[in-house]
Design a protein around this ligand. Structure first.
Ligand code: BG6
Length: 485
């Protein structure tokens, strides 16, 4: 489907890493698929390139490599470049914003300002846009991290809120744009089968893992001041948790979905600082081997302080204080330089209350739903079945919904979906201010405690993190999914 109307997409941070890896490739894909209105324009804003010619050369040299698994369609690429304008802008120079305003004059349709910059620039950019009247009839997209803690995030939200109304603000969390996350909503709220079981009476525990093989790459400096709790838990993991645990919304409109997510975030059991070592594990990778290649320790990565106590791994036990979920542990986990790249949600249902089929029917491995977000997006339901032949021998089997087999076409990267949503004015997959505040409030006791004392437990790169993360689950008589196999 094509965007509803014409648009101007103004990209601040036009030569940044995010523009190069995600935003421009996603816009190209949307363009190639015929999803952008023919008159829509992209206006890149940056300091480094002198003029449009220089910028297009940069795009050719840097962006093409990140485009499409299926290679670049040269015709589509060339018409994509035709959409791009460029404005050289120095944030400190008020006259440059006048230049930007002039460049945008005469362009009709929706206006989007995408701030693919560090959060310290959000407020200065918004103020400068307002000073030349560009905050009217516009949408603003804010990338994460939005702040460093509750206070700094509130300060940014307050300042941006003076310039843009909440309905104009799109806070992006790209995990919400992933296809299987959408499918989880369809699965839960489109089928009568799961919803009656989706509660404490039938669910024993839930695991949500986002594991990465990559280290901190070229972002050591940023990451060392951030850590996994801020980089992944406060946003991506808590957003996934709220989608898994939310009540059925009355419709899929933006506020119905976000109201329900907010209720979950507000119902998270507050963490008592005295309990932190029981419910939270932090780790930092040491040198190790991933897929046969030696990789260095975190503390020796460029930009990282040699005595850094920043966590590159977090595992948490989270509880939700409401009727649906009271007493059900949610185990969240994320880390860099782990044994595999995988993001998945595992719903462990309770075993049958009595097994007429013998003890083997009670064993683990069945009664489980695994929603794999990446790679190989699938939803897999594990059940027990009888093995062929004599006797009642049971085995775990699975029913699969493998998206790429069912739906041969139309798969979309998260950024592509979210950018189209911004252009079309759909807010449901963007984080509202109150959700963000609730998430910061919940993580803050852990941030404070970790900043004040102790240090992360070491783990070798290429493993699944510190042993303490497994011990935490063992206390509840369970283990992480990969430990079962
Ligand atoms: C980003 C984090 O938000 O998400 C990165 O800042 C992380 O540190 C990335 O690598 C993971 O996203 P994905 O989609 O590759 O799993």
């Amino acid at each position: 489907m094509q965007t509803d109307s014409s648009f101007t997409f103004v990209l601040f941070g036009g030569t940044g890493d995010l523009a190069m890896r995600k935003i421009l490739p996603a816009l190209y894909e949307a363009h190639r698929a015929g999803m952008l209105a023919a008159t829509g324009k992209i206006v890149a804003v940056a300091r480094h390139e002198e003029d449009r010619g220089g910028y297009l050369q940069w795009v050719n040299e840097h962006v093409k490599a990140h485009v499409s698994k299926n290679g670049v369609d040269e015709n589509a690429w060339s018409s994509f470049l035709d959409r791009i304008e460029y404005v050289k802008l120095d944030l400190g120079r008020a006259e440059d914003f006048v230049k930007l305003r002039d460049a945008l004059q005469g362009q009709s349709g929706t206006r989007v300002f995408y701030l693919a910059t560090g959060p310290s620039l959000f407020v200065p950019i918004c103020r400068a846009l307002a000073s030349v009247g560009l905050n009217q009839n516009a949408r603003i997209v804010l990338e994460k991290p939005l702040g460093y803690d509750l206070r700094s995030s509130n300060a940014i939200n307050d300042a941006v809120g003076e310039i843009f109304a909440e309905e104009q603000i799109y806070r992006i969390d790209h995990y919400l744009g992933k296809e299987p996350v959408q499918n989880l909503l369809a699965l839960r709220f489109g089928n009568a089968l799961f919803e009656p079981l989706w509660r404490r009476e039938w669910v024993e525990s839930i695991q949500i893992t986002i594991a990465e093989e990559l280290g901190v790459e070229a972002r050591g400096d940023f990451y060392d001041n951030t850590g996994a709790l801020r980089d992944m838990v406060q946003n991506h993991l808590l957003q996934l948790l709220s989608i898994v645990a939310m009540e059925p919304p009355h419709s899929m409109d933006s506020d119905s979905v976000r109201d329900e997510k907010l209720r979950v975030l507000r119902a998270l059991k507050p963490i008592d600082p005295r309990d932190i070592s029981r419910v939270a594990v932090r780790g930092q990778y040491h040198a190790g081997v991933i897929r046969g290649t030696s990789v260095p320790a975190y503390a020796t990565e460029p930009g990282v302080k040699p005595d850094s106590t920043t966590e590159t791994f977090v595992a948490l036990k989270v509880e939700i204080e409401n009727w649906r979920w009271a007493g059900v542990p949610f185990f969240l986990r994320t880390g860099k330089r782990l044994a595999d790249r995988v993001a998945e949600i595992v719903v462990n249902f309770r075993a049958v209350p009595h097994s007429a089929l013998g003890a083997s029917a009670l064993r683990a491995g069945a009664n489980r739903l695994v929603i794999r977000l990446q790679p190989n997006e699938t939803i897999r339901l594990y059940c027990l079945a009888k093995k062929p032949g004599e006797g009642m021998n049971l085995s775990s089997v699975h029913l699969d919904l493998a998206f790429d087999q069912f739906f041969k076409e139309g798969q979309m990267e998260a950024y592509q979906r979210l950018l189209l949503d911004v252009i079309n004015g759909r807010l449901a997959l963007f984080v509202r201010r109150d959700e963000q505040e609730a998430a910061w409030k919940w993580v803050e006791p852990i941030l404070n405690e970790w900043a004040a004392s102790g240090k992360p437990k070491p783990y070798a790169a290429g493993t699944w993190g510190p042993a303490a993360a497994s011990a935490m689950l063992a206390q509840h008589g369970t283990c992480w999914l990969e430990e079962e196999n």
